[in-house]
Design a protein around this ligand. Structure first.
Ligand code: HEC
Ligand code: HEC
Length: 347
């Protein structure tokens, strides 16, 4: 063996691996003449295949050989004990290999109407450059648990600086918005708004990011009263060059309804009806708030307006019919908001 080491395939494997990992230059003589401990990969695997499988592992997980193998990163590969199973990560990787084989050869193979050529699951399919295949949302929620919203913001910026443009994390407008929604559900509105602000800054072209920021900012503002709601609405209109889309104030209003604040919701829906007088949906929401407040006459007027604008709004039509059947009590003054601005199309 030792005599023919230069011609031996494992010697070429070593050269290839050294080139690939740019680590060591010496110690070829210590390289094992054949693979001693393959349990999943075929024992007669060619050197080229093994090189590409191992290279695939390191890239898929964003790690070096020493993540799984006994050896020190800065030392020659020939000093590694690749056959040893001491590291739990190697044992887990072997279990992963078995899992991936099963997915491809059993589960996907049995799939009806398989694509041609068939797609195969690989390590990178799940791991996308990480040891543990986490979504950005997972990482940010962990930062939230560890250190609150400040940690989320700094973790996000740090990861973005390091990984932007790589297939590791999703830096679109979705992950920060998801974490902000978790905060809204916990009533941490100021913290949610901070993340939605960061989202708008990081994704200036995103209408979705602006929408999410608008909802939270308005919810927070209306909880402090209609006057504050109006101020923030005007501020958003100036900042983004147009009133928030209809959906924004509507969502904020529904969040207020869910929080048992129908009077504040009513103020939000009325403001929306003023900005979007041509929207059936806005009057529909207005009707719901009047119902919650026990103002049947104005509820009827609102639903009637919703149906007038859009006769296919069957939910509003049903509610209108039921209220009319019950018979509206005496008729207090018409309290529907007057349109002040022309309706704007959705952005
Ligand atoms: C994510 C874990 C992981 C990484 C990273 C990894 N390997 Fe492996 N390696 C394994 C597993 C698991 C096996 C055994 C596969 C089996 O049992 O069929 C193995 C087997 C080997 C073997 C065969 C050992 C023997 O004698 O049986 C060699 C050589 C090897 N790896 C080299 C490397 C090199 C070089 C790198 C870095 C470029 C590397 N590996 C990176 C998990 C890994
Ligand atoms: C179907 C998705 C999926 C595929 C494909 C996949 N993995 Fe994993 N892997 C996971 C998940 C999920 C975990 C985390 C399990 C846990 O700890 O909860 C994980 C964990 C691991 C770990 C442990 C990491 C650590 O820090 O403890 C290693 C090593 C690993 N995978 C290697 C691989 C290798 C090598 C392949 C390709 C042969 C592979 N995985 C393919 C989903 C996958």
């Amino acid at each position: 063996m030792r005599r023919s080491v230069r011609g031996h395939p494992t010697f070429r494997l070593l050269l290839a691996l050294m080139a690939m990992t740019a680590v060591a230059r010496t110690g070829a003589a210590q390289w094992p003449p054949k693979m001693a401990n393959l349990e999943v990969l075929p024992k007669d695997i060619t050197v080229d295949s093994l090189v590409s499988v191992m290279g695939g592992f390191t890239r898929a997980l964003g790690v070096r050989c020493s993540f799984c193998h006994v050896g020190e990163e800065e030392r020659p590969l020939a000093t590694y004990d690749f056959a040893a199973d001491d590291k739990v990560t190697k044992r887990k990787a072997r279990a992963m290999l078995r899992m991936v084989q099963r997915i491809n050869d059993v589960d996907l193979a049995a799939l009806e109407g398989r694509s041609d050529p068939p797609l195969r699951v690989q390590c990178v399919t799940c791991h996308h450059g990480q040891r543990r295949p986490l979504l950005l949302q997972d990482v940010l929620l962990q930062a939230l648990r560890d250190g609150g919203v400040d940690s989320v913001a700094s973790a996000y910026q740090g990861l973005r600086t390091r990984y932007y443009g790589r297939f590791v994390y999703d830096f679109s407008e979705v992950p920060l918005a998801d974490v902000a929604e978790v905060l809204v559900a916990r009533d941490s509105l100021a913290a949610a708004r901070r993340l939605d602000e960061l989202n708008v800054q990081s994704n200036p072209g995103s209408a979705f990011a602006r929408r999410q920021l608008g909802i939270v900012a308005l919810l927070e503002a209306f909880l402090a009263g209609p006057a504050r709601g109006d101020t923030v609405y005007q501020a958003l209109t100036i900042r983004f060059g147009a009133p928030p889309v209809e959906d924004v104030l509507n969502e904020a209003g529904w969040e207020l309804m869910r929080r048992g604040r129908p009077a504040d919701a009513l103020a939000a829906f009325r403001m929306n009806a003023t900005a979007y007088p041509g929207s059936s949906n806005v009057y529909h929401s207005l009707g719901e708030a009047y119902v919650a407040l026990g103002d049947v006459a104005n509820a009827i007027r609102s639903y009637a307006k919703a149906v007038e604008i859009d006769p296919t709004n069957t939910d509003a039509a049903d509610k209108l019919r039921k209220l009319r059947e019950k018979g509206a009590p005496g008729s207090p003054g018409d309290d529907l908001p007057a349109p002040q601005r022309p309706s704007r199309s959705r952005r």
